[in-house]
Design a binder for this molecule. Structure first.
Ligand code: FES
Length: 322
């Protein structure tokens, strides 16, 4: 369930951008201008198979005639990327949400953008924005191979070219990303780091930056899917709704959202993977077992809020501010 405002859009162009990656240009069915968005924004796409997925907008943020997204076919797909690749064709009409931004750009004297694979999408939009405003920035774009590098030709032919360094796993050693050197070269001044990609890539970048003393509030990250969780040891627990005092059991194999939904209590959700932040709920009592990629480490340690679509309880009971 989602309460985000929705739009009907047509897929005006579907393009194979690289091995396993397709882009989709979306325009309003009624031909009107699309709602404005800022660099780093994403939309929900309601897929023909009934599931909803979030995709970052990767076109220039001043454009109002189109939204462009790019999707990697994921071998471990839970239905999202496969549906986009196989079931969504040029000319199709899709329902999407209006854009939201949990990954916004902040002004800085030097901005470092680090992309892992398809994680380039929000960073491409940021790079365009930074280039248009004359900001100092570099985008390091890491992929497995040139064949898997979406938008490479587009970048090379654009004003971004001078700001983008490509790094390929299968390339020569001298073109590989020297992460400690890149992070150190940003110096001690007013700097910001934005990273998007697979969880392992993000963790590596963030840990290296922190080890170099980058302040946490200068590091911005966005996961595009939550890492697979080991759920083998999950236990049941109870949740209490503070407003009614009623208590409900959460079985080991269902989420808090699903358990409450079964009793007619709906919590707004979108990704149901702990990525988007839609289901954020305040916790009044009990200890949370955080499983999401949305809250910061400090927010998780605070134990005052959690993501009931994926997070669970370490205590026998959680009391929720609902
Ligand atoms: Fe996206 Fe819970 S619905 S984080």
């Amino acid at each position: 369930m989602t309460a985000h405002e929705t739009l009907q859009v047509r897929v005006v162009k579907k393009t194979a951008e690289a091995e396993g990656i397709a882009s989709f240009e979306l325009a309003r069915v009624d031909g009107a201008a699309l709602p404005p968005f800022s660099a780093g924004s994403h939309i929900d796409v309601h897929l023909p198979n009934g599931i909803t997925r979030q995709y970052s907008l990767c076109n220039a943020s001043h454009e109002s005639h189109r939204y462009r997204i790019a999707v990697l076919r994921d071998a471990a797909s839970r239905g999202g990327s496969t549906a986009m690749h196989d079931s969504v064709q040029q000319g199709d009409v899709l329902t999407i949400s209006t854009p939201r931004n949990h990954f916004a750009l902040h002004p800085a004297q030097h901005t470092l953008l680090l992309a892992g694979g398809i994680g380039v999408t929000p960073l491409l939009c940021m790079a365009d924005r930074l280039a248009r405003t004359g900001a100092r920035f570099t985008l390091h774009y890491c992929t497995r191979s040139p064949a898997r590098t979406a938008f490479a030709a587009e970048i090379a032919a654009s004003p971004l070219a001078a700001h983008v360094c490509f790094h390929h796993d299968d390339g020569a050693p001298d073109q590989k990303l020297d992460l400690p050197a890149v992070l150190a070269a940003a110096g001690d001044g007013d700097k910001r780091l934005y990273v998007c990609g697979p969880a392992g890539f993000i963790d590596h970048v963030v840990n290296t930056a922190k080890a170099q003393g980058w302040p946490q509030d200068r590091i911005h990250l966005e996961y595009f899917a939550a890492p697979v969780q080991d759920t083998a040891g999950d236990q049941g627990f109870e949740v209490r709704i503070a407003s009614t005092g009623k208590t409900y059991a959460v079985a080991p194999d269902v989420s808090v959202v699903e358990a409450l939904r079964g009793h007619g209590i709906d919590i707004l959700t979108s990704c149901e993977q702990g990525v988007c932040g839609t289901c954020l709920t305040r916790v009044l009592e009990g200890e949370v077992d955080h499983r999401d990629m949305y809250l910061t480490d400090e927010e998780k340690a605070g134990n005052e809020q959690f993501m009931p679509c994926c997070s669970r309880a370490r205590s026998k009971l959680l009391v929720l501010d609902l």
